[in-house]
Design a protein around this ligand. Structure first.
Ligand code: ZN
Ligand code: ZN
Length: 185
């Protein structure tokens, strides 16, 4: 996409995760993806009763990032929520510049299971593409294999692919390469 995508760690995020995601997103979406400087976790976004951060505060922190990139994708290793939801895997400004992925609930260890790095990374990739899809104006898709399918639980995330179904792809901006892998891949 014009200007590409800037990946921004919000607080402490393992460096090799951001580097891996930048490469995967770059080849999946056919646009330049770079890793930028980390920004601090917005302390004001913390809800001490819920022990979670407001997703909106994460988006606000990303809005303050000055970059020529067309999209700014944050990675936050803290549990987040949005009003009306117990938790969120990520959040995006619809047709906006900013989106982010919340990492803790994508790790098997969050649920007392042994950690699984490839599985964790695939979940991060899917949620990243999903939130970016919202910034490009896509809503939720009824196809459970499509990356734009809503993840109510991690099971939904694990069932869906990391790419857009043909219908969603038609609704993407024109820069999207036609060679992008399809959802059956
Ligand atoms: Zn969504
Ligand atoms: Zn779709």
């Amino acid at each position: 996409m014009p200007g590409g995508i800037l990946l921004v760690p919000i607080g402490e995020v393992e460096a090799d995760l951001a580097a891996w995601l930048a490469e995967e997103l770059g080849s999946a979406l056919g646009c330049p993806v770079t890793v930028g400087e980390a920004v601090p976790i917005p302390k004001g976004g913390y809800d001490p009763h819920r022990r979670q951060y407001r997703g909106e505060a994460m988006l606000a922190a990303l809005r303050a990032v000055s970059t020529p990139a067309g999209r700014v994708l944050g990675l936050a290793d803290v549990d987040c929520y949005a009003p009306g939801l117990n938790f969120i895997f990520g959040q995006a400004a619809l047709r906006g510049r900013e989106a982010f992925v919340a990492l803790p609930r994508l790790r098997p260890s969050f649920y007392g299971l042994p950690d699984d790095l490839p599985l964790f990374r695939q979940r991060v990739l899917k949620e990243a593409v999903h939130e970016l899809g919202h910034t490009w104006g896509l809503g939720h898709c009824p196809d459970p294999r499509c990356v734009m399918h809503f993840s109510n639980t991690l099971h939904d995330t694990d069932v869906k692919g990391a790419s857009f179904c043909s219908r969603c792809r038609q609704n993407l901006p024109r820069w999207t390469p036609t060679s992008a892998p399809n959802s059956s891949a």
